[in-house]
Design a protein around this ligand. Sequence first.
Ligand code: NAP
Length: 268
Amino acid sequence: MKYYIRSKGDATSNALKAKMERHMTNVNLIEDQDNPDIVISIGGDGTLLQAFHHYTHRLGETAFVGVHTGHLGFYADWLPHEVEKLVMAIHEEEFEVIEYPLVETIIRYTHNGRESRYVAANEVTVKTINGATLVTDVTLRGQHFERFRGDGLCISTPSGSTAYNKALGGALIHPSIEAIQLTEIASINNRVFRTVGSPMILPKHHTLVVTPCNEDRFQVTIDHLSADHKDIESIQFRVANERIRFARFRPFPFWKRVHDSFISSDES
Ligand code: NAP
């Protein structure tokens, strides 16, 4: 079992990383930053997102575990005082691997059939570069659906449904459901311009394509990573074939995490 520990970089997370590495050495576990079987992220959900993007080329081989040094996270659900127990469980390989869906994004450019592909664990957002109104055609399964005008569009995974999507009024989706969710970011709706206005949940194999109507330069944000893209012909979204794998050492049901994060951490 080869491991790598990624810290958020603050003093608390770094100290916990050093402590965990000592425990790992004591049980002869091997550190391998390039080809880890298991990646432990210490910090928060944002730290786990960074770790995920570092290893998107080997999602089939690497499983993730999150330890939180701040508040309870959706991906980071182990507590600092539990790390010794965690090391022993890794050493004895006493865990199951659970898999959550990702969203695949393919950006196609107007020149030379060029395209780029990304996967996101939380969501992808599409906005204009200069803050002007985004005007795009939205196509679902090859059929024109609507012309969107507004601040942007958010396409999220089930595990990302508790993040940006939630702030946009999207539904919380259990990560066992293979789907992506489209939510609007401040659409313009009046007698002239009309969008559906409701979040929409698309099953696996349904494709969603966003096509620029006038401006072909967009800001596309994949989880925490933003980049400006120009000469965009279209952007396609669907459930990705690959998945993010989590090493689960004890049950912590999704709805319990939702309750503890958003309602109360009390047992009552
Ligand atoms: P950030 O702006 O530093 O933090 C965003 C917050 O989202 C953090 O509290 C983070 O938790 C939390 N978060 C991340 N993934 C989550 C999930 N799956 N469920 C519930 N909460 C989650 O940015 P960041 O840490 O680099 O994270 C990037 C994420 O920020 C994006 O993927 C997006 O979902 C989110 N975001 C949210 C809004 C919004 O709610 N209005 C706007 C922009 C971006 P931790 O503190 O544990 O890291």
